[in-house]
Design a protein around this ligand. Structure first.
Ligand code: ADP
Ligand code: ZN
Length: 213
């Protein structure tokens, strides 16, 4: 099964993608995580991507496209989170042979809820686990790491990222709707609630995908 998760920054895509991937034995591919990792390790990809990620702009397709293509071609099944984020990227993905996407899950949340979530988002400096300031002071995963804000979650950058989403990514939702693969899910409420809705939306596809398609 090949799934794409799409939604505004703060929709909770990362958390959902991770759970859905684990539930169905699929690989979780997050372009945001991949880029942050590359930046952290100082790879050539990281060097090219850094200024874009730091300022909340899209990393150019020339930099990211082939890297994503190479990964998805190697996988039987995946949950893709953070890609495609523009019509150009959607068309690039559609043109890859043998990588037909079974469903695109659109996690819908309004700007206020999304931005509220991101303002409180903290990442464990030690293990990378994501938490929220309202729910935790220390890392619930490793128990000892400091919780820090992502540099691109600062209010000004956040606003910019939301603008990029409206301009570049929203058209991708209509693109997939037109192709009949879009499933819209209400992204408000608790993690568990949203996850249950996503599972319900992919249920029919998962049922006929026991061959790991
Ligand atoms: P969020 O979904 O919270 O906005 P991500 O972790 O998915 O954050 O992405 C963080 C940053 O990584 C983006 O603001 C952008 O700079 C870069 N990025 C991630 N995915 C892509 C993509 N498909 N195309 C271009 N840039 C990307
Ligand atoms: Zn931790």
């Amino acid at each position: 099964m090949r799934l794409v998760l799409i939604g505004p920054p703060g929709a909770g895509k990362g958390t959902i993608a991770e759970k859905v991937a684990a539930n169905h034995g699929l690989a979780h591919l997050s372009t945001g995580d991949m880029l942050r990792d590359a930046i952290g390790r100082g790879t050539p990809l990281g060097a090219k991507a850094k200024e874009y990620v730091d300022t909340g702009r899209l990393v150019p397709q020339e930099v990211l496209g082939e890297v994503v293509a190479e990964k998805v071609r190697q996988l039987d099944g995946f949950v893709l989170d953070g890609y495609p984020r523009s019509l150009e990227q959607a068309e690039f993905l559609a043109a890859l042979e043998g990588v037909d996407v079974d469903a695109v899950i659109y996690v819908a949340v309004g700007e206020e809820a999304a931005v509220g979530r991101l303002r409180g988002r903290r990442v464990c400096a030690k293990c990378g686990a994501v938490t929220h300031t309202e729910t935790a002071e220390t890392c619930g995963n490793c128990g000892s790491g400091d919780l820090v804000a992502r540099t691109d979650d600062r209010p000004d950058t956040l606003k910019k990222r939301y603008g990029v989403y409206m301009r570049e990514t929203e058209p991708v939702i209509e693109y997939y709707r037109g192709r009949g693969v879009l499933r819209e899910v209400d992204g408000t409420g608790s993690r568990e609630e949203v996850l249950a809705r996503v599972e319900a939306a992919i249920g029919p596809i998962a049922a006929c995908g026991d061959d790991k398609r």
